[in-house]
Design a protein around this ligand. Structure first.
Ligand code: M6R
Length: 366
């Protein structure tokens, strides 16, 4: 089943172009989206949605955090994202009009399932599951559904499930933008075109594997690592850190770069590699000044830039360029580089990549 691959995780990382193409197949060559993508009841249920609550765990929670940037920016609709195990047990203020979105690869995660039941018990009936497994408990519990078509994911580390969730969430953001009267037809067609081109763009990132492998060998002997990002790449920094700790057991933390001075800078020295996501966007200059702070403290910087980013190699600063600058969908490309980085760091360390210690693929008990 593994074919030419050494591990399921590697196979699943490299399957991402197909997984994305399959997930996006239903939009075909369309220039315009219909809410029916999310189920027959969607046109009625999504109409008039003014606020969104996303519930999920782990990597799926990080997909939700990226979606918040998209939904607020494109649709002008408020969006909060909460860890399912927190939401289900806290006293919150219910909003019956809110759209509640559960994100789960397996559809069986106990806390995510319970959080949806909790929201429903509080009177919130507009529920949507974004899930990779049809007929799973979470899909059955929700009124609406969008099924990602990543195919079975065997490796415990979520890879292709995450990027297909992002594709689904981007479709949701565009759909909500349209329903909210915020989307010019040419912008809609542009977003769909960018989505359709994703498999090709992903392939180009996968081709960077040899360079990423060299980076991974350089810091695999470290005990700690810091991941930095800003804006919609901040959740990608969190996801990069989760991947690294999960499969290589290197302690890693993800931070929004603007928070450096508020604490984590104290940790930075020559033994603390800092991995930074630096696409050419409005926040690049701010990020660069954060990176200077790291360099000044002797920290070794590994910068994932893109084709257009004005970031240069210098002593202690290594730069790898992703081949395309991808605007709003750039998180999908940058996370793939980080998946490869943790995969290769784990290989160097010799850990069990597909079955990390103490973890289960699907957390069906609390
Ligand atoms: O099946 P789910 O998406 O609900 O799973 C949620 C988390 O358990 C999962 O994403 C976990 O964090 C991954 N192993 C991370 O790679």
């Amino acid at each position: 089943e593994l074919g030419d691959y050494q591990h399921y995780m590697q196979k699943e990382i490299f399957e991402q172009p197909q997984a994305l193409a399959a997930t996006l197949e239903m939009i075909g060559g369309a220039q315009t989206l219909t809410p029916n993508l999310f189920g027959v009841a969607a046109p009625e249920m999504l109409a008039g949605v003014r606020s969104v609550l996303i519930l999920a765990c782990g990597t799926s929670f990080h997909a939700g955090l990226v979606a918040r940037y998209w939904i607020e920016q494109l649709a002008g609709i408020g969006c909060s994202v909460e860890i399912a195990s927190e939401y289900r047990y806290r006293v919150s203020v219910p909003n019956p009009e809110q759209l509640v979105v559960a994100i789960s690869q397996s559809g069986e995660t106990a806390d995510t399932l319970a959080s949806i039941k909790h929201a429903k018990a509080l009177g919130m009936g507009r529920t949507l599951a974004i899930c990779n497994v049809p007929e799973s408990a979470i899909v059955r519990e929700c009124a609406l559904r969008f099924l990602t078509r990543a195919g079975p994911e065997i490796g415990v580390a979520s890879t292709k499930a995450f990027t297909t969730q992002l594709a689904a969430l981007f479709l949701l953001a565009v759909t909500l933008a349209k329903q909210n009267g915020r989307l010019a037809p040419e912008h809609e067609a542009g977003h769909l075109k960018a989505l359709r081109h994703l498999p090709v763009a992903v392939q180009k990132v996968l081709a960077l594997e040899p360079d990423i492998k060299v980076w991974a060998t350089r810091f695999a002997d470290k005990h700690h690592a810091l991941f930095l990002g800003r804006g919609h790449h901040y959740p990608i920094a969190l996801e990069g850190a989760l991947k690294l700790k999960e499969i290589s057991y290197i302690h890693a933390e993800g931070y929004p770069a603007g928070e450096l001075k508020h604490g984590p800078l104290a940790l930075v020295d020559k033994d603390m590699p800092v991995i930074s996501i630096a696409p050419n966007d409005a926040l690049l200059e701010k990020l660069k000044s954060n990176l200077k702070e790291v360099a000044a403290r002797g920290g070794e910087l590994y910068v994932f830039a893109d084709a257009d980013s004005a970031v240069d190699e210098e002593a202690g600063v290594h730069v790898l360029r992703l081949p395309e600058h991808y605007g709003l969908l750039s998180p999908v490309l940058h996370v793939i580089a980080l998946q490869l980085l943790s995969y290769h760091a784990a290989l160097v360390k010799g850990t069990d990549v597909d079955k990390p210690r103490n973890l289960a693929k699907s957390v069906t008990v609390e």
